[in-house]
Design a protein around this ligand. Structure first.
Ligand code: DLL
Length: 440
């Protein structure tokens, strides 16, 4: 990369083009420091290490990491809200949380240094995707407990770019602002980018007349087909970026303009790919579950976090010059988590709400579709016979309650249809109640 061309962008060649041997040494030192931090400050890890007689001072090689147990989302829930924090709350300057009802939410914290690192890593991702100081970046991710808005915002400011913190929603206004403020980069979910393209058509706005050049998309699965469609319809270069709140938020990995996989910020994250059943490493290049260990986080370090995201490691050199390994775009999940309009939803969360409501039966289906590039969820739920046949008013009330509770507790709006008792398919054991018809 030409340093003059990119003088104001965030390019850290010492790290991003580091020699593998040096990187591994750095990772080892940082891993030792992280294990020391959690071993001394987080009872959860201390107990785990004690149980398997693991002395963190004995870690001499990165491969020793495989001796350690995994951490799961359930561990985060069991330690809700602050049990896994490695610093006292007085040192925490920011708290984020993944969506969900109180009992299901996972809470993460950041020290001042963590925010600084996060900002730098997002700035790297933005730079790799072509964005720099002269850009006007429209951030159409939600600002709030979700890490998308704030994460991308801080990184974009670090570039010295002009940042528009418009947040998600109100698509016509997004497009008006994009026109008036001359946004040159769009940051949101890929499905929202396509929705914007639709609304532009409705508004008679020609995307070629806009200043838009780059799009950075993430927070939900998408496909190469969707990328081509976005590129063509918006006249931009769309890149993929990946992250998760448990590990940091956006900034874990991002594509460069080669668009051939997402460079992992390996000086801060150690990635393993394991078979989701045997939990053993997959053969090089095979698809498996991403397991991530944070190497520099202070407030909320994670050891061998099972992301449930499926991908493969790409180790061939990338023409962009970055030496960090890449992951292929996320190809699926190993659990039943759905991402609906960027919001992570577990069917069990919907189930809990449904069965709390009088008159409903413990049988339901979730139908997820994508209509005009927007996710649409319909909940079919059985109701007792007396309500189904007789009580129209009661039916309307039930539908209303379900909609309101799902909207307020999960942050997603759904359609609800009440169906007759015993009309939905029954499963022996854990059948799938989710019918996901989205073709990405
Ligand atoms: O979605 C963080 C993020 C915000 C990433 C903005 C990129 C841009 P969570 O809400 O915790 O965090 O959701 C994390 O979303 O485990 C994946 O299943 C999914 N996900 C995130 N990025 C991608 C992506 C943010 N590029 C969960 N492709 C992760 C596919 C993604 N899935």
């Amino acid at each position: 990369m030409n340093s003059n061309e990119r003088q104001w962008s965030y390019w850290e060649p010492e790290q991003e083009t580091i020699d593998r041997a040096d990187l591994e040494q750095l990772q080892l030192e940082r891993l030792q420091a992280t294990l020391y931090r959690v071993g001394t400050h987080v009872p959860f890890y201390r107990n785990k290490f004690f149980n398997i007689k693991f002395n963190y001072e004995s870690l001499r090689d990165l491969s020793d990491l495989s001796r350690l147990p995994f951490t799961t989302k359930q561990d985060l829930r069991d330690n809700y809200p602050y049990g896994l924090f490695a610093v006292p709350l007085r040192d925490v300057v920011r708290i984020h949380s993944s969506s969900g009802t109180t009992g299901m939410a996972t809470v993460v914290g950041y020290t001042g240094n963590d925010i600084n690192t996060w900002t730098n890593l997002v700035a790297r991702v933005l730079t790799a995707a072509g964005v720099g100081k002269d850009d006007v970046i429209q951030i159409a991710f939600g600002y709030g407990l979700f890490t998308g808005g704030f994460g991308l915002h801080y990184g974009a400011e670090r570039l010295g770019a002009s940042v528009i913190p418009i947040s998600a929603g109100n698509t016509r206004r997004q497009i008006q602002i994009m026109q008036d403020f001359k946004s040159s980069a769009l940051v949101c979910t890929p499905s929202y980018a396509l929705k914007m393209a639709d609304v532009m058509m409705d508004m008679g706005v020609n995307p070629n007349g806009l200043s838009l050049k780059y799009g950075l998309f993430g927070a939900e699965p998408w496909s190469e087909r969707m990328r081509l469609e976005i590129n063509e319809r918006l006249g931009i270069v769309a890149t993929d970026n990946y992250g998760l709140s448990e590990v940091m938020g956006p900034g874990v990995a991002g594509e460069c303009l080669e668009c051939n996989g997402l460079h992992i910020n390996e000086d801060h994250f150690l990635v393993e790919i394991v078979d989701p059943v045997s939990l053993k490493p997959v053969a090089p290049g095979e698809i498996g579950e991403l397991v991530i260990t944070t190497l520099t986080k202070e407030a909320f370090p994670m050891i061998r976090y099972r992301t449930r995201d499926l991908s493969r490691l790409l180790t061939e050199p990338c023409p962009c010059g970055r030496t960090f390994h890449r992951i292929e775009r996320i190809t699926g999940r190993t659990d039943d988590m759905l991402i609906i309009k960027g919001v992570n939803v577990f069917p069990t969360q919907i189930e809990t709400i449904l069965f709390d409501i009088e008159g409903t039966q413990p049988h339901y289906n979730l139908i997820v579709e994508r209509e005009h590039h927007e996710d649409k969820v319909t909940v079919l739920v059985e109701v007792v016979e007396s309500i189904f046949f007789d009580q129209m008013k009661k039916q309307r009330t039930i539908i209303d309650i379900i909609k309101k509770r799902l909207a307020s507790e999960l942050g997603v709006s759904v359609d609800v249809k009440l169906v007759e008792e015993r009309s939905l398919e029954r499963f022996n054991g854990k059948g799938s109640r989710v019918i996901d018809k989205r073709a990405l």
